[in-house]
Design a protein around this ligand. Structure first.
Ligand SMILES: Cc1cc2nc3c(=O)[nH]c(=O)nc-3n(C[C@H](O)[C@H](O)[C@H](O)COP(=O)(O)OP(=O)(O)OC[C@H]3O[C@@H](n4cnc5c(N)ncnc54)[C@H](O)[C@@H]3O)c2cc1C
Length: 435
């Protein structure tokens, strides 16, 4: 069987679906191909879907701040009603604890510059707003096996920065399904349970893909949005040598615990970035708390060679590390007997900043290296990638003169050159999920 499209998007995660929606609005016939049974069933489904703006770079803050508006405006952005329901933006606000990482200092100047709404809280205000938090400083982050983990802290935090507009999306898989429906309403198509096994090329450019079952799909444009499989797809296309920044898969655990019963964290809690202990956490349904890791130096990094084969079980050591760190911040947290949570992969670039770019193979593009932090940016990245693809396909030399777009909501210029595959490693990055 042979099929022809204008654009094949490999992957139907939240970014793959957003790119399809934006391209199909421009009149391209898009086909998303995913080996899983539905949109957003890969890492997107296990995303904490936190929407916050504290990135190290101005570009990172600008993109994330633009993302806020899409989520606040979700239904009208989509322009369709999904029978399966519509994902909801939970506007919990974000507390960024001022820690010895100094991350807040990098962030604040970009907030001022870009007009991100924020409040600076001292510890009294932090206690007033979050009476369950202990405002001591526990720095540096430690593992529970460290003999100093339970030491009585002597110092206090320096307060926090609060951004009232941030929050999280209640159902990241549903948000992706919403994008699928929006793309389909514009003529986009989705093919599931279909694995791309080969990227076909002529002498000059990409010409399509071949699936594992032998089906061939012709397309002059192919976009790699394969998440933790991005390096596998880049190798298939033979484009890795032309990239200065590359990607690989990193295993990550997120844990799920009940909030202290005397506090309604689900409605009164905030997403909190706690670099002082090395975790982030946010409210979840049923008065629960989701806990992720901010990748402190003391935690082992588990790189995965084969993204189809890795340990999907929660480990006792990492569960204890993340849950006990939260117990230091929230001393009334009960430690549950049962370990609950999810394990998935980040697609991490060498500097933890994504690659949104063309490749050296004409017609082959990539939106990869999202490093555990780009769910929030899926809609503006869809916009940026669609413009990039459209302009390059119309002859623009993006490698010499990077494509720039005016952000729809904030009006800020988003420069795709920042995400170039050919960039030098960005030393300003946090080299963690904080990007
Ligand atoms: C545990 C965890 C927590 C996270 N928390 C946050 C957060 O709080 N906030 C935030 O902004 N971001 C977060 N992220 C990151 C965010 O979820 C990702 O950046 C985003 O979901 C990536 O979307 P994507 O479209 O690139 O695809 P993915 O969801 O990575 O999906 C890629 C798809 O490609 C498909 N695929 C791969 N190879 C092939 C092939 N050969 N043929 C066909 N299909 C293929 C896969 O089946 C998969 O469905 C988190 C990520 C993880 C893993």
């Amino acid at each position: 069987m042979r099929d022809a499209q204008d654009v094949v998007v490999i992957g139907a995660g939240v970014i793959g679906a957003a790119i399809a929606f934006e391209l199909s609005k421009k009149g391209y016939r898009t086909l998303n191909i995913d080996k899983l049974p539905a949109a957003g069933y890969g890492p997107t489904s296990n995303s904490c879907a936190i929407v916050r703006a504290h990135y190290s770079s101005r570009e990172g803050v600008a993109m994330a701040y633009e993302g806020f508006s899409y989520w606040q405006d979700w239904e009208s952005y989509l322009g369709v009603t999904d029978d399966a329901s519509t994902a909801r933006y939970m506007n919990s606000g974000t507390i960024l604890l001022k820690s010895a990482t100094g991350h807040h200092e990098k962030v604040l100047k970009h907030y001022r510059d870009l007009g991100v709404a924020y409040e600076e809280w001292d510890n009294d205000e932090l206690c007033r707003r979050m009476p369950i938090y202990d405002t001591h400083a526990f720095w540096p982050p430690k593992r529970p096996s460290d003999p100093h983990f339970w030491d009585v802290p002597e110092r206090e935090l320096d307060g926090a920065i609060y951004t009232p507009e941030s929050g999280y999306v209640n159902d990241p898989q549903l948000a992706t399904h919403n994008l699928q429906r929006a793309a389909e309403a514009q003529g986009g198509r989705f093919l599931f349970r279909a694995e791309v096994a080969e990227i076909r090329r002529s002498r000059e450019r990409v010409v399509g893909v071949t699936l594992a079952d032998g089906r061939e799909i012709d397309a002059p444009v192919v976009v790699n949005v394969a998440g933790p499989h991005s390096f596998v797809i880049n190798r298939m296309a033979g484009v890795e040598d032309g990239m200065n920044v590359k990607t690989r898969a990193l295993r990550h655990e997120v844990h799920h615990v009940p909030a202290p019963p005397d506090f309604d964290f689900e409605s009164d809690g905030c997403h909190t970035s706690d670099g002082d202990t090395g975790i982030y956490f946010r409210p979840d349904a049923g008065n629960h708390i989701l806990i992720g890791s901010e990748d402190p130096d003391c935690d082992p990094r588990v790189w995965v060679e084969n993204p189809d084969q890795y340990d999907r079980h929660i480990t006792e050591a990492q569960w204890e590390a993340q849950v006990y760190r939260l117990a230091r911040r929230i001393p009334t947290l009960g430690i549950p007997h049962q370990r609950r949570g999810v394990v998935d992969l980040y697609d991490v670039s060498d500097d933890w900043i994504p690659i949104y770019d063309r490749s050296d193979l004409p017609g082959f593009y990539m939106a990869i290296g999202t490093s555990g932090n780009q769910f929030k940016n899926a809609p503006p990245v869809g916009h940026l990638m669609a413009e990039l693809i459209d302009r390059v396909e119309h002859g623009h030399d993006h490698d010499r003169d990077s494509v720039k777009v005016k952000a729809r909501y904030t009006g800020v210029e988003l420069d795709a050159g920042f995400y170039s595959r050919g960039r030098e490693i960005n030393r300003d990055s946090s080299f963690s999920v904080n990007g």
